[in-house]
Design a protein around this ligand. Structure first.
Ligand code: NDP
Ligand code: MG
Length: 385
């Protein structure tokens, strides 16, 4: 295997830094060709000095000069500003993109990478939630592989290896249940930001941590799974599995099930997607069945965590509804992170935005961009009230 040059979009995040750990541990297999950050110029510079990429992007244009000065005397080129991500994604200096930007902002650079026929290791689930039909169609037409990094989808992907002609009866996405498993609305109403950010099993970025606490993350993952594995809504089931050892399951038409298991560590799905179809030897801790343990499963409490119902509705309705759900959720989550709204208000914002924005059954890419903008404005107007 020759060295695979990785364009790491979102290198300063939780997935981004873990991807760099994988690259650092496997210099004979991977190099970092592009690194990008939005505001964290200091970490970006530190990463650039260590990994010597061809190109870095700092989204916040005000920080361009600072990054440029810090990298003066190196061979790394610096881009900045709103269009720089797409420009970098369209530069033919890499073999695979690891899409690890958070939120809607990840969509356009990923589309650009598909356009120039680069395989995608996809962590940014919002890309598929917003415009899954267009992304998957363009990838198929370009002969581009979309390799899931999200642990549940990476699990399903692994279960499907060698099963090409065997139809799926259903998939079962496991959910940890987040930090508030078992809690009821009268308790959740008082939850504050810092508490919601503490996930029991995974250490992740702020947005996905909140999504995990509200179960919106699992809702987004249902929509992500629909596109990745060409499923109908009724083929996607969610089960709560608080220990996060079974990362998800596939049930085939003979009733037989396959699961992928392991300790919760995002480096595993990251390196699997990067090295696919090979597996890389590592010394990560292993799960030991002989140690006292209990693996439990239960139905999600959708009366309390209504985001899962809203996402299921968006999944069933299709069209631009998942895009609307996602936009409203991003606005709601960032408002919650700024202590502007309460924990349960997030669901309210999403629900009211889904009711308000015009439904389109077969949106174009521009329609998605427009629906995203409309949904954001409306959701933001609810928060100001
Ligand atoms: P983080 O918030 O930790 O990192 C996000 C990265 O994206 C940072 O590099 C950040 O730069 C950059 N970024 C943020 N906003 C923008 C923007 N508007 N434009 C361009 N870049 C931006 O997120 P995570 O690493 O936790 O998550 C990344 C994606 O992976 C998400 O879609 C998430 O759902 C998915 N994912 C994450 C998992 C995890 O364990 N963390 C598990 C499964 C999926 P800066 O640092 O400068 O702000
Ligand atoms: Mg996941």
């Amino acid at each position: 295997m020759s060295v695979k040059r990785i364009a790491l979009f979102g290198s300063t995040g939780s997935i981004g830094t873990q991807c760099l750990d994988v690259i650092a541990a496997n210099p004979d297999k991977f190099s970092a060709a592009i690194l990008t950050a939005q505001t964290n110029d200091e970490l970006l510079v530190q990463q650039a000095l260590a990994f010597k990429p061809i190109l870095v992007v700092i989204g916040d244009a005000d920080k361009y000069q600072k990054v440029k000065n810090a990298l003066a005397g190196t061979a790394t080129q610096v881009l900045a500003g709103a269009n720089a991500l797409e420009e970098a994604a369209g530069t033919d200096v890499y073999d695979m993109m690891l899409a690890a930007i958070v939120g809607y902002a990840g969509l356009k650079p990923t589309l650009k990478a598909i356009e120039i026929k680069k395989n995608i290791a996809l962590a940014n689930k919002e890309t598929l939630v917003v415009a899954g039909d267009i992304v998957m169609e363009r990838a198929a037409n370009a002969g581009v592989q979309i390799l899931p990094v999200d642990s549940e989808h990476a699990a399903i992907f692994q279960c499907l290896v060698g099963e090409d002609n065997n139809p799926i009866e259903k998939i079962i996405l496991t959910a940890s249940g987040g930090p508030f498993l078992g809690k009821k609305p009268n308790w959740l109403v008082n939850v504050k930001r810092d508490h919601a950010l503490q996930h029991p099993n995974w250490s992740m970025g702020a947005k996905i941590s909140i999504d995990s606490a509200t179960l919106m993350n699992k809702g987004l993952e249902m929509i992500e799974a629909k596109w990745l594995f060409h499923l109908k809504p009724n083929q996607i089931q969610v089960v709560v599995h608080p220990q996060s050892i079974l990362h998800s399951m596939v049930q085939f038409e003979d009733g037989s099930m396959k699961a992928q298991m392991g300790l919760p560590d995002m480096k595993l799905p990251i390196q699997y997607a990067m090295a696919y179809p090979q597996r890389i030897k590592n010394a990560f801790p292993r799960y030991d069945f002989r140690k006292p343990n209990t693996l439990t499963f239960e139905e999600p409490d959708t009366r309390t965590f209504r985001n899962l119902l809203l996402a299921t509705e968006a999944l069933r309705k299709g069209g631009n509804m998942p895009c609307i759900l996602n936009a409203a959720n991003e606005i709601a989550v960032y408002a919650f992170l700024k202590n502007r709204i309460g924990f349960l208000d997030m669901t309210e914002v999403v629900e009211r935005t889904m009711q308000k924005i015009t439904f389109l059954e077969k949106p174009s890419l521009d329609d998605y961009f427009e629906s995203d903008g409309e949904a954001r404005s409306f959701a933001a107007s609810l928060i100001q009230m």
